[in-house]
Design a protein around this ligand. Structure first.
Ligand SMILES: [Zn+2]
Length: 85
């Protein structure tokens, strides 16, 4: 796949927004800001607390985000595309 085709695919399926998924809140479109884990860990599920260290919080609605499995899969897909010459 050529680079131009890759860009077309990314555009068509709106994958660009998935490459940088953690800039806007999916619920209210508020701005996401990094937050220390210790400040929000009382709100996390035990497994989340155990497996993740980087968190973002919505400045509008307080929704917490972290980089889960879905993000890793999308990133691998995008990396594969990006490596095409
Ligand atoms: Zn929000």
């Amino acid at each position: 796949m050529s680079k131009i085709q890759t860009q077309e695919v990314l555009r068509r399926f709106d994958l660009y927004s998935l490459i940088k998924p953690f800039t806007r809140c999916a619920h209210c479109n508020g701005k996401l800001v990094e937050i220390d884990k210790q400040k929000i860990e009382h709100r996390l599920e035990p497994l989340t607390k155990q497996h993740y260290d980087r968190f973002l919080i919505c400045s509008e609605c307080d929704h917490i985000y972290w980089q889960g499995n879905h993000y890793a899969r999308v990133k691998r897909l995008v990396d594969n595309f990006s490596n095409e010459k």
